[in-house]
Ligand binder design. Structure first.
Ligand SMILES: NC(=O)c1ccc[n+]([C@@H]2O[C@H](COP(=O)([O-])OP(=O)(O)OC[C@H]3O[C@@H](n4cnc5c(N)ncnc54)[C@H](OP(=O)(O)O)[C@@H]3O)[C@@H](O)[C@H]2O)c1
Length: 287
C-alpha cells in the first residue's frame, strides 16, 4: 500500500507515542497531536506534523486543527482516536459529573474528532477511522464504572458509524485492547472518585486500588508491538496481509479471552432461553 497520512490523538504517552514512532519508522506521514506540544517535541521529521489538540476542544478549534493537517499533507487517510483516560468509581458512589468527565474525553472527544474528519474522507471516498476500545468495554471491572461505560459506548456507536459511512468509502474499526504497559494506570493519570461515599465500599476500594497498583508496570501488552500490528491491519501488510479488514479486533491474549468469554456466555443464554425469547412476538407478525 502507498504511504498514508495518519492523524493520531494523544501522542504524548503510551500507545499514541508508540504509534507515532512506528509510523515514522515505516515511512508514513503523521499528524501527531497532544494536549501539550512540548510532550511531542522529540518528533522531528519532515513526515511529522506535531499539533496541539485537546480532544474536548470546541468544534471551531477541532476544525482549525484538522484543516491545518489536511492542508499540510494534502489530506488525511487514517484517524486514530487514541486519547483517553481511566476514571474509576463504584456504581453506587459515582455522580453524573464522574461519568460526564470521562465521557467528554473518551467518547465525545472521539466522536467530535471523527465528525470533523468525516467530510474530508467522504470527499475523497476513502478513509479509515480507528476507535481505541478496551476489554473493559466487554467485561465490566469493579470500581471502573465510568471508564467501562465509555468504552462500551464506543463499541455501540462503531456499528452505527460503519452503517452510516461505509457507503462513502470509509472504513471503521475498534481495537479492543487488553492490558498494555502504558501510563494509563499510573497514579498521576488514573482518577478514582467517591462522590457519594459509603463506608461499605472502603475495603473494596482498597482491593481495587491494590489491584491497579499490581497491574501498573506489569501489563503483558507491548505498546510498540501493538502499534506495528495496527499499521499492519490498516495497510493489510505484515501479519495482516491477506486478511479482511475487521470491524472489531481484540489485541492481547487477555482481550481475546474476555471477548471470547462474553460471546460464549451470550450464545449460551440465547440457546438456553430461545423458547422464552421467541415467545413475545405479536401473533402473525415477523421481521
Ligand atoms: N494501556 C492499556 O492497558 C489500555 C487498555 C485498553 C484501552 N486503552 C486505551 O488506549 C488509549 C491510550 O491510552 P494509553 O494506555 O496509551 O495511556 P496513557 O499512556 O495514559 O496515554 C493516554 C494519552 O491520552 C491523552 N489524553 C488524555 N486526555 C486527553 C484529552 N482531553 N485530549 C487529548 N489527549 C488526551 C494523554 O495526554 P496527556 O499526556 O496530555 O494527558 C496521553 O497522551 C486510551 O484510549 C485508553 O483508554 C489502554
Amino acid at each position: 500500500m502507498p504511504q498514508l497520512t495518519w492523524f493520531v490523538t494523544g501522542c504524548s504517552s503510551g500507545i499514541g507515542k508508540s504509534l507515532s514512532a512506528a509510523l515514522i519508522a515505516r515511512g508514513e506521514r503523521v499528524v501527531a497531536t497532544a494536549r501539550n506540544l512540548q510532550d511531542i517535541a522529540h518528533l522531528q521529521s519532515e513526515s511529522v506534523l506535531p499539533l496541539q489538540l485537546d480532544v474536548t476542544s470546541s468544534p471551531e478549534t477541532l476544525r482549525m486543527v484538522v484543516d491545518e493537517a489536511i492542508n499540510h499533507f494534502g489530506g488525511v487517510d487514517v484517524l486514530v482516536n487514541n486519547a483517553g483516560y481511566l476514571q474509576g468509581s463504584f456504581v453506587e458512589e459515582a455522580d453524573t459529573k464522574d461519568y460526564i468527565s470521562n465521557f467528554m474525553v473518551n467518547f465525545c472527544g472521539t466522536m467530535n474528532v471523527t465528525r470533523t474528519l468525516i467530510p474530508h474522507f467522504r470527499s475523497k471516498s476513502s478513509g479509515t477511522i480507528i476507535f481505541v476500545g478496551s476489554r473493559a468495554g466487554w467485561q465490566g471491572d469493579m470500581g471502573a464504572s465510568p471508564y467501562n461505560a465509555t468504552k462500551f459506548a464506543l463499541e455501540g456507536i462503531l456499528d452505527t458509524l460503519q452503517l452510516e459511512t461505509s457507503g462513502f468509502g470509509i472504513r471503521s474499526m475498534i481495537v479492543v485492547l487488553g492490558y498494555f504497559r502504558t501510563e494509563l494506570f499510573s497514579t498521576s493519570r488514573l482518577i478514582f472518585t467517591r462522590s457519594h461515599p459509603n463506608k461499605i465500599y472502603d475495603p473494596i476500594e482498597t482491593a481495587v486500588l491494590d489491584g491497579v497498583a499490581k497491574v501498573h508496570g506489569h501489563q503483558p501488552g507491548d505498546p510498540d508491538k501493538l502499534a506495528h500490528r495496527i499499521v499492519d491491519v490498516v495497510k493489510g501488510e505484515g501479519m495482516a496481509a491477506g486478511k479482511p479488514f475487521p470491524k472489531r479486533l481484540p489485541f492481547g491474549e487477555d482481550a481475546l479471552k474476555d471477548v471470547r468469554q462474553k460471546c460464549e456466555e451470550t450464545l449460551k443464554i440465547c440457546d438456553e432461553w430461545e423458547e422464552v425469547i421467541k415467545s413475545t412476538n405479536i401473533e402473525g407478525s415477523g421481521i
